[in-house]
Design a protein around this ligand. Structure first.
Ligand code: P6P
Length: 332
């Protein structure tokens, strides 16, 4: 059967769903750049075995992490594709130490923060990985970017999303009116709407955390995890699922319910995950899907990062599960 009326990402962005979006043409153009970067990245991942793209690039990044060859490919894909839209004022990448400027003749009105290939430590064993992005309006009135364009509260985001390079390649996006999932149709090279208006259930039965860090956890986190493992008060014990790739763990949490956690602990006093291009965008998606995202004390979207690679603790997922977690942290 040949569907000639595909609801592609671009058609959706220009549809009545965004009839009140003042600059929807420019935004749709920006998103075409992000979609291109995700297609280039997914293609590189699928070809990695044939073209010796697995393994290390022989350099370390700003976080002193070994950079994979595919990290560099994904980072370049995002930078070139975004600059090519002429809609970007400046960028922040997980792979780059400083804010990435855009030449004045190419500059636009959006700021984009992104993790081009999240979970890449898993990629050589073919575990699913992802790209994460957040879109913000520029703040500077002139053409000189500054920290005020990027060090800002998550609630100032106008859109956020991720690509999941899994059994299928999906792009999951919010523009502030719910969460929508698009699956890459290789036959036409388009992201097609397959998951309209995703909502997370109020309570799940899965918890997701790296239990290898349990010796470092604070009491509140340890007590909460023990409470859902022990099945107190006649409750069924939760199942444990941890992939170690944030996009995959969060996507499963979004669709199946439950809670994803990367807490601060004695090994990582601020947690591990970075605010601008991991925690903030995924927190916006979670809240837009009817879920919750907290650092244990307050909503993640109300936090303001101190630097572009600021790490924060994060607990996100079903409202009732995250609220239970918060009750342990707020009473500690
Ligand atoms: P750990 C991947 O390196 C990542 O940044 C996230 O995608 C993931 O959630 C986390 O780190 C996993 O960290 O310490 O459990 O290996």
């Amino acid at each position: 059967m040949c569907d000639t009326n595909l609801m592609t990402l671009n058609r959706w962005l220009l549809s009545d769903h965004h009839k009140n979006t003042p600059n929807r043409i420019e935004f749709a153009n920006l998103m075409s750049g992000i979609a291109l970067a995700c297609k280039i990245t997914t293609n590189a991942i699928k070809r990695a075995g044939f073209e010796q793209l697995f393994g290390l690039a022989g350099v370390t990044n700003v976080h002193s992490e070994d950079v994979k060859k595919l990290d560099i490919i994904a980072n370049d894909a995002f930078k070139y594709a975004l600059k090519g839209t002429k809609e970007v004022f400046c960028m922040v990448s997980e792979e780059e130490q400083s804010i990435i400027p855009v030449a004045e003749h190419d500059a636009g009105n959006f700021v984009v923060t992104f993790d081009p290939l999240d979970g890449s430590s898993n990629i050589d064993c073919n575990v699913s990985v992802g790209s994460i992005f957040a879109i913000w309006p520029k703040v500077s009135k002139d053409n000189n970017y500054s920290d005020k364009d990027v060090l800002r509260k998550g609630r100032e985001m106008i859109a956020a999303g991720y690509a999941l390079y899994g059994s299928a390649t999906m792009l999951v996006l919010t523009t502030g009116c719910g969460v929508f999932g698009f699956t890459l149709d290789y036959t036409v090279g388009e992201f097609v709407l397959t998951h309209p208006d995703i909502k997370i259930k109020p309570r799940g039965a899965i918890y997701s955390i790296n239990e290898g860090n349990s010796v470092y956890w604070d009491k509140a986190t340890a007590d909460y995890v023990n409470s859902i493992k022990s099945g107190k008060n006649g409750k069924t014990p939760y199942s444990s699922r941890y992939i170690g790739s944030m996009v995959s763990d969060v996507h499963r949490t979004l669709l199946y319910g439950g809670i994803f956690m990367y807490p601060a602990d004695s090994k990582s006093p601020q947690g591990k995950l970075r605010y601008l291009y991991e925690v903030a965008p995924l927190s916006l998606l979670m809240e837009q899907a009817g879920g919750k995202s907290t650092n244990g004390q307050q909503a993640c979207l109300d936090l303001v990062p101190g630097n572009i690679h600021q790490r924060v603790p994060v607990f996100m997922g079903s409202v009732d599960d995250v609220s239970d977690l918060e009750s342990f942290h707020k009473s500690s």
